[in-house]
Design a protein around this ligand. Sequence first.
Ligand SMILES: [Mg+2]
Length: 382
Amino acid sequence: MNIKSIDARAIRVPLDESYHESEAGIDSFNHVIATVSAEGYTGVGEADFLSLAQNSAPAVASMMNRTVADELVGMDAFDIEGIVDRIVDETELVLSPESTAGAMSCVDLALWDLQGKALDLPAYKLLGGKVTDAVEVSYTLSASTPDEMADSANEMIDYGYRTLVVKAGRDGLDVDRERMRQVRNTVGDDIEIRVDVNGGYADAEEAIAAIEMFEEYDVEYVEQPIERGDVDGMRKIRESVDVPVVADESLVTLEDAYRLAESDSFDIFNIKPTKCGGLHRSCKIAAVAESAGIPCLVGGHPQQEIARQASRHFAASRSAVNCGFANEGPGPASQSLVGHVTENVVTYDDVAELDGHVGVPDDPGLGVELDSSAMDQFTVTS
Ligand SMILES: [Mg+2]
């Protein structure tokens, strides 16, 4: 089943309200959407904007259409291992590790979709079968005033969410404390609260002080307290605090997974299929984690429905992934996204219907169909 064509397009979808992580507000989601065709079937894949932050989405799409497509056309669409290796060979000397992962992801997801459509099977069947029928999702509160975050927390509990994520590390420990205090006071003790710092604390000392402060509010775990490269600092944090610490930005490549496991620097891995180079590589990372006794969660950057469906198939099919699921990932699409490039999307009402859970799709492949007019609307041409 030889690949006939690959078409990658950069899209930019505006947001109603900007989305705030620890470092910056984001007013649009910039992604690459790739379609791969073989023998009358077409699969669709996605790379998200954070994976592509260091190289613009249009530049990566252009590279996919020229150099990478030339290499992959004619290869068997079922030979994912060889295809992924070929993409790495073509891109890793030019792109950052994050953007190389994005290039891998948009083709890898399209191949799982294509294979599932050709075999009339959902992708989770090809990944080893599912170990759960629905995944419970957490909701990430955008960083804003403590009052607004507490209001948003209440709203999401009404949708059935039982776990919330508070962003921290951007505005100082006093602001972090006040946000946490108000959110915890508002939701009570029955709701789990996680913290995501996105590498925002200056060093291990500041992170340790913050995490010790968060302990008072009974947080479940703290994600990526300091920057990606500081493995020694992370080990020091882990040895100093009782709250589990999660690797997110530190975990991109398969080599990262091995290095982090060997260095005992994190308690939990956050695997994001787009960040980690697609489903094939994510399965390998999950195997490294499983062999080291490290539990995993599945998160995601703000995404279109293609990557979200892929995350649902992945989350449902890995027993090592037993540590929860993020809204940005298997959860529903952001409410502030102005448009979607797929025919259907899972919504917050769907989460409410399943009492805080998201179902796993049974349609062939990833279970998504592109909306061609929306693709035309949001495609970036420059
Ligand atoms: Mg994170």
